[in-house]
Design a protein around this ligand. Structure first.
Ligand code: FAD
Length: 425
């Protein structure tokens, strides 16, 4: 529920002789203690946990979509293992159970100086503290030939939802014997093991539905997350089906022709696919970059304890958009950061000391529906960055047996149910 502006409260307080902190900065009529932009892994978590920790604070969550499709498990949709609606989540509990004002509109601009968010139609929403968790946007100018039309012809499916459905439809329509090309971007990008899980799940589908088909991964990097485990499993489960070209093998794509479904490599080789999943280079969400909150690389530097922007007071940035030291851009990271940001935003609003962060991340990947692998680590805030704690976490063992891999796939299902309940339950 919105509250009165601080100016109004200030006047009332003066009239009654009470002493309160009076700010005349924001002139918005509609105001909340905290406004969260983006109802995904970081934002939904932060909004809910602020209300959990401090039920008296008013919280608005601005999220453009009424349904949130998780990227985690979207590769299983591409592999035909799960339907799209199994990764769909709504915001009803956040509104009815947690008392969050959920606003389904696209936030236009944030004005950190005036402490307000400009919405379509001239609506302005003021805040004492804002938390931005807008995820990623794409750098459409980074690769020549890749443009808005390419988004439809070569669905990236790197934001789950309609793009996941479109890419799945292309895979279903492909002839047996076709080539699927997957082209991940350079680091950093959302979900480092995601492209390789995607190759695995598409291979799982092709193995039975279109066994003469091939998958080619054109990679601008020299190594990738969980590489040894993925490659071992590919040999065992999908022999001869997946080819991976690293940067040194001429894997870097420098030009795209979306109409011809062609990708050109740095050494001039043209690869033609029947389905092309080009995953473009990424930046912080556009609401953050438009407000000048990003650095030259396109990501938002933040205080590693409070997640307050290094470029704007009272605006906190979490999740994929933030520069979070050693933490990977994952849903688990965003969820973990959402809780620490919530704690520290409440601390600031109630005059308490900030709390140092301790964070966790586990990234599960499916190589087949009953074959899971994982990497895990614990992190902590230092004054300059977020660092991994030596000796924490680890990687799945290389030569584990089928039961072990099946158990990890089972744990991944449990992780998904738990984290989505934590965000939306
Ligand atoms: P998001 O979760 O994307 O949320 C951002 C939200 O902000 C969106 O709902 C968007 O609609 C909204 N938004 C943006 N701008 C505005 C605006 N101006 N106004 C209103 N709303 C706005 N992570 C894992 O931990 N485990 C996995 O197994 C895993 N698998 C993945 C598989 C794939 C294929 C991909 C692509 C990613 C995967 N990830 C995984 C990564 C994970 O999805 C992201 O790291 C996570 O979603 C980041 O959270 P976020 O809050 O930063 O952004």
């Amino acid at each position: 529920m919105p509250r009165f502006s601080r100016r109004t409260v200030g006047k009332a307080a003066l009239a009654t002789g009470l002493s309160v902190l009076v700010s005349t900065k924001s002139r918005a009529q509609e105001r909340f203690d905290v406004v969260v932009v983006g109802g995904g892994f970081g934002g939904a978590t932060a909004a809910k946990y602020i209300r959990k920790i401090a039920p008296k604070l008013s919280v608005a969550l601005i999220e453009q979509n009424e349904v949130f499709y998780t990227c985690p498990f979207s590769n299983l949709v591409l592999g035909g293992v799960r339907p799209l609606n199994s990764i769909a989540h709504r915001y009803d509990n956040l509104a009815s159970k947690w008392g969050i004002t959920v606003i389904h509109q696209r936030a236009g601009r944030i004005d950190p100086g005036a402490r307000l968010i400009r919405m379509p139609g001239g609506r302005e929403i003021g805040f004492d503290k804002a938390i931005l968790s807008p995820g990623i946007d794409f750098d459409l100018e980074a690769i020549p030939g890749y443009d808005k039309a390419a988004l439809a012809l070569m669905p990236h499916a790197w934001k789950a939802g309609p793009q996941t459905r479109d890419l799945r439809a292309q895979l279903e329509a492909m002839q047996d014997g076709g080539t699927v090309i997957i082209s991940p971007p350079k680091n950093p990008f959302r979900c480092p093991p995601g492209p390789y899980e995607r190759a695995s799940m598409i291979a799982h589908y092709l193995k039975t539905a279109k066994p003469k088909s091939k998958i080619l991964i054109l990679d601008p990097k020299s190594k990738f997350s969980k590489e040894g485990l993925f490659k071992q499993a590919w040999k065992q489960l999908y022999p001869g089906m997946i080819e991976h070209l690293a940067a040194a093998d001429d894997g870097e794509v420098v030009r795209v022709d979306a109409r011809k479904l062609e990708l050109e490599s740095a050494f001039g080789t043209v690869h033609k696919g029947d389905v092309v999943n080009f995953i473009p280079p990424q930046t912080a969400g556009v609401i953050a970059t438009n407000a000048g909150l990003a650095n030259d690389d396109g990501w938002c530097p933040v205080d590693p304890v409070t997640f307050e922007s290094r470029k704007a007071k009272d605006v906190h940035i979490i999740g994929d958009s933030a520069v979070a030291g050693a933490m990977p851009k994952s849903g688990f990271s965003a969820n973990s950061q959402g809780k620490i940001a919530a704690l520290n935003v409440v601390a600031a609003l109630t005059g308490r000391q900030p709390v140092d962060g301790s964070f966790a991340n586990t990234c599960y990947s499916f190589v087949a529906p009953d074959y899971g692998i994982s990497v895990a680590k614990v992190y902590r805030s230092t004054p300059d960055s977020i660092v991994g704690i030596e000796g924490s976490g680890g990687l799945s063992p290389k030569d584990a047996d089928a039961d072990f891999r099946a158990a990890e796939a089972h744990y991944a299902e449990g992780w998904y149910d738990a984290i989505t309940q934590d965000m939306f339950g």
